[in-house]
Structures are given as structure tokens and as C-alpha cells.
Design a protein around this ligand. Structure first.
Ligand SMILES: Cc1ncc(COP(=O)(O)O)c(C=O)c1O
Length: 395
């Protein structure tokens, strides 16, 4: 999975931003660090754990940075992402997703034992009896085949709190799964997973409040039923960047999984900000260059092979004194730039532009590495190259 970083990339460290070839994925490290410390302060103030979603940055180096800033570990969505994190030295990982294939569960079991050997912990979500049985089988098979100390994997029961994706209906079905998990010595019932993805992108703060109020009802109802059977629900985990203030204020959730806050994409910037939400800044950019300029439009060298467009086209980030431009789809390798209403100014050929991707997660997955810049996009220097270790880790 690990592609070696090219010498060209490595040689960039210490050089000015002008030296970064285009198109390139660039992280404004100062903005990223501010986002991280705002999140850490927020979590501290609300006395809540945070376990950022590493599906967003797919980098074990950034996961370690998040843990240094106070995160308890990271979430991932895929077994292969978990493997990339562990290979990079991140030993507290939660696969917040269902894994069913026995050959994948064998990898999960191997990871659970590998992190246990490092005093770490692996966790996973389930939403079916089959999932529990197959997971227990994989853990037992691993132990039988390899011997050594027995590891225990933390298991969260996922409830569907409105997204209509994975998860059992809140209530009795979760109780049955909790009982089932507790039958297996290699599994530990760790609590409930309750994530409402669609609520993250509801534009109005009030709409999000209403959606998460329903989530909290489902969570409290389910927790009550599980605890009525004498099974403690130690932790309820969930939340994304759009709603984290609501889960944090609910008193029900003990852990926040938000990931995008660290890079903040153009789509999240379209949400009306809840006044309680920390002010997260854009920290992820595609550096691009104008390669053609006409009367009505200019063209840059970043198309949708450089950035994902599932959540809309990128926004052009105008630096001080620069004309405001709008980005239109020019295909795989091109972006079409037009002046925003009221202006006629087009950038000249050769001009550097900075795009704010519509959606950070799938944008990162298009790149082998991110170029970390400190000191600003205008006059900053390349401080480090951040490998996207889990790029393409889809299985
Ligand atoms: C299960 C789960 N938790 C948390 C998140 C993090 O959300 P965000 O990156 O929007 O903050 C996601 C994102 O899709 C997710 O699927």
C-alpha cells in the first residue's frame, strides 16, 4: 500500500510555496493546527472524548498529531484503513463500520492482536447476529492459529438514528445484539454507535438541532432498554463536523467522531454555523495554475482528477488583493474560471490559484501525499510532506 514519496516531493521541504508543482494538494499547517487546538479546547470544555475520523485525512502521521493534541484514537471506515493506521504506529483504532467477509474479519482479528501487543485497542461496529458470530469466530480462529495472549475486541452496536444506512432499529434489536456480544469471551460490548450522516449537511442550524434531538431520543431510549437488562452502556459514540456541538451538549454522547473539522471543505462552509461551534478554518487546498486565459474565462490545470466533485465544485480562495473567481467544471484536467458578478478581472496566464475542495475526504484519496505549508499560502514555506498512507484503502 505504501508508495515511496518521490524525491521531487521530498526536496520541496524548506522551499517556498512557489516551488510546489501544480496541481498539488496543500495543507495550510497553521490553519490545521488552529482547528486542532479549537477542537481540543471544545472537547475539554465539554468533558467529552474525541476520536476523529481518519477516513478524512487517511494519514497515520496526522492521526498521531491528533492524538498528541488529545484525541483518544481515531475512527476508520475500512479494514485496510485500520491496517494503514496500525502500520503507521496508531494503536487505538475504531472501525466504525460493519465488516462481514470472513477473510476481512481474519485481518481484523490479526489487527486486534497486533494493537493489543502494543497496549492499544481495536474496536468495531456491528448491526447483525451474523456479524457478531463471524467476528467471534475470526477472533477465536486467530488465537487458535497463532497462540499467544488473547486479545479482546471492543464491539459497538450500531443503531440507525435517521441516516437510513447501517444500524439496527433503535430499541430491542440493540439489546439482543448486546446480549449476543457478551456470550463471546473475545468480544467486549463497548456501547452504542449512533451517527447521523445526513444531518451533518442540513444547512440550517435549527434543522440540525431538530435532527440531532431525534438522534438523542433514540440513543437514550436504546440505552435505557440495554441497561434495564443489567448491561452497562459505557459509551455512546457518533457525531460529525456539522453536528458535534449538539451531541456534545446532549449529555448522552461520550465521544465525538468528527473528522472534517481539521480541513474544512467548501461544503461544510455552506452550513449555517451554530454559535456554539468552534470557528474552523479552511486548511486544505488544491494549488493550481492558470494555463490559458481568454476574454470571457481563464483555465486552470486542476480538474476533477485533482479534487472530488460529489459535494459540489471547489471554491476559488482569493488571496488578499486578488480578483474573486468562480470555478466551473472543465473536465478531468481543467477548471474553467470566470469573474464573479460585477467584475471582469481574469487572472493572467501563469498565476497561481488556490482551490477549496467541495469535499475533503474523497479529494485526499486522489493524492499520494499532501504538501504541508507553514507561514501562509502567499509567502509560506513547505514544512513537511504528509503521506496519504491509506490512499485507496477501500477493502
Ligand atoms: C461513522 C462516521 N462517523 C463520523 C464521520 C465524520 O464526519 P465528518 O468528516 O463529516 O466530520 C463520518 C463521515 O462520514 C462517518 O461516516
Amino acid at each position: 500500500m505504501k508508495t515511496p514519496l518521490s524525491d521531487t516531493l521530498k526536496r520541496l521541504v524548506g522551499q517556498g510555496v512557489d516551488a510546489i508543482d501544480t496541481p498539488a494538494l496543500v495543507v495550510d499547517l497553521d490553519a490545521m493546527r488552529r482547528n486542532l487546538s479549537r477542537m481540543a479546547d471544545f472537547a475539554r470544555k465539554h468533558d467529552i472524548r474525541w476520536r476523529p475520523h481518519a477516513k478524512m485525512h487517511k494519514s497515520s502521521a496526522l492521526a498521531k498529531l491528533q492524538m498528541q493534541a488529545g484525541a483518544v484514537g481515531v475512527c476508520v471506515q475500512k479494514t485496510a484503513e485500520a491496517e494503514a493506521m496500525v502500520a503507521g504506529g496508531v494503536y487505538n483504532v475504531y472501525i466504525s463500520n460493519e465488516v462481514i467477509a470472513p477473510h476481512k474479519l481474519a485481518r481484523v482479528a490479526a489487527l486486534a492482536h497486533a494493537v493489543a501487543a502494543e497496549n492499544g485497542q481495536l474496536a468495531i461496529a456491528v448491526d447483525s447476529m451474523e456479524g457478531v458470530t463471524l467476528l467471534a469466530q475470526a477472533m477465536n480462529d486467530h488465537r487458535a492459529a497463532k497462540g499467544g495472549a488473547a486479545a479482546v475486541i471492543d464491539v459497538f452496536v450500531e443503531i440507525d438514528v435517521g441516516q437510513g444506512r447501517c444500524g439496527v432499529t433503535p430499541g430491542r434489536a440493540a439489546v439482543a445484539l448486546a446480549h449476543e456480544i457478551r456470550k463471546h469471551a473475545a468480544l467486549r460490548f463497548a456501547g452504542l454507535q449512533a451517527y447521523h450522516g445526513r444531518a451533518q449537511h442540513l444547512r440550517g442550524a435549527q434543522e440540525r438541532r431538530e435532527a440531532i434531538a431525534m438522534v438523542v431520543q433514540d440513543v437514550l431510549y436504546t440505552r435505557k432498554l440495554v441497561e434495564a437488562e443489567g448491561i452497562p452502556v459505557e459509551l455512546i459514540t457518533g457525531a460529525g463536523t456539522g453536528s458535534l456541538v449538539l451531541e456534545a451538549a446532549s449529555g448522552a454522547f461520550g465521544e465525538l467522531q468528527a473528522g472534517s473539522f481539521m480541513f474544512m471543505d467548501a461544503d461544510y462552509a455552506r452550513n449555517e454555523r451554530d454559535p456554539a461551534q468552534p470557528q474552523f478554518e479552511h486548511a486544505l487546498f488544491v494549488k493550481t495554475q492558470v494555463i490559458s486565459s481568454g476574454v470571457q474565462h481563464a483555465v486552470c490545470d486542476a480538474g476533477h482528477k485533482s479534487h472530488a466533485i460529489d459535494s459540489g465544485l471547489p471554491r476559488v480562495h482569493a488571496l488578499e488583493g486578488e480578483a474573486e473567481l468562480e470555478y466551473f467544471n472543465g473536465g478531468d484536467e481543467h477548471g474553467i474560471l470566470k469573474p464573479v458578478a460585477g467584475s471582469t478581472r481574469l487572472p493572467p496566464i501563469g498565476r497561481t490559484l488556490w482551490l477549496i475542495p467541495g469535499h475533503c475526504d474523497p479529494t485526499v484519496n486522489l493524492h499520494d501525499a499532501m504538501v504541508g505549508v507553514a507561514g501562509g499560502l502567499k509567502a509560506g514555506k513547505v514544512e513537511r510532506i504528509i503521506r496519504v498512507d491509506a490512499r485507496g484503502a477501500l477493502t
